[in-house]
Design a protein. Structure first.
Length: 233
């Protein structure tokens, strides 16, 4: 597709309207509107665009899908693209729910990339998510670890580096649904020092999980059964 709109003896950028006397000058010209259109297929831009569409879907509810051209001309383009890159960088637990969280909580757009915003979402998500979601994510994390380490995934709790395990628990990759449902998970927790326990104290809150398991005995039994079948005891 050409960028040229020839008017008389001048060449006009179709994105910003600036005119040039030489076509070669126009070819190397890069204005902000042109840059945004050229970035359309970059992954972080696509994530930002999808978030932009979700924002309008939730806040306006009229079902009208915003085109990329509309997005590229928006005053909020840079903020949404920045958030898209942020999502790719942090690889959040349930990005779809995190996007809905920042929108529904009416958090200021320029705060969406703050660490505390994701930490607050994550704390709530881990404590109240359903058993199957927590278990599936944990097993995926174990399998990824096993592939990286050349180990068996069901040996995860016995051989994972403790600092790495703490980080995985803190970031929601390992769910308390699994930690408290097998002997090896509990053993790992007992091996942590006070500083490590402090880091994950909000996540592994024993009182919360004891009450949760008591309230949902069928889910607790289901997780334990699946773990036994997977060789995680």
């Amino acid at each position: 597709m050409t960028n040229n709109l020839k008017t008389g003896s001048k060449f006009t950028c179709k994105y910003c309207g600036r005119q040039f006397t030489r076509e070669k000058t126009l070819a190397v010209h890069l204005c902000e509107p042109k840059r945004r259109m050229q970035q359309q297929h970059e992954k972080w831009v696509q994530v930002g665009y999808a978030t932009y569409q979700r924002f309008y879907s939730l806040t306006q509810g009229n079902g009208d899908e915003k085109t990329y051209e509309h997005f590229a001309k928006s005053a909020y383009y840079n903020a949404f693209v920045k958030f898209g890159k942020h999502l790719l960088d942090i690889n959040p637990v349930r990005p779809d729910l995190f996007i809905d969280y920042v929108i529904k909580k009416q958090i200021k757009l320029d705060w969406w990339c703050k660490d505390k915003v994701y930490q607050d979402f994550l704390a709530h998500q881990i404590l109240f998510e359903d058993a199957q979601a927590g278990m599936e994510r944990t097993i995926k994390t174990m399998r990824d670890w096993a592939e990286q380490e050349g180990a068996e995934f069901n040996h995860f709790f016995e051989y994972v580096n403790l600092n790495r395990a703490v980080h995985m628990i803190q970031t929601g990759k390992i769910s308390p649904w699994v930690l408290f449902s097998c002997k090896t998970g509990k053993k790992l927790l007992n091996e942590l020092n006070d500083e490590q326990i402090k880091i994950i104290s909000d996540t592994i809150n024993p009182a919360h999980w004891k009450a949760r398991f008591k309230k949902q005995p069928d889910d607790y039994a289901f997780v334990k059964e699946v773990l036994v079948q997977a060789g995680i005891e």
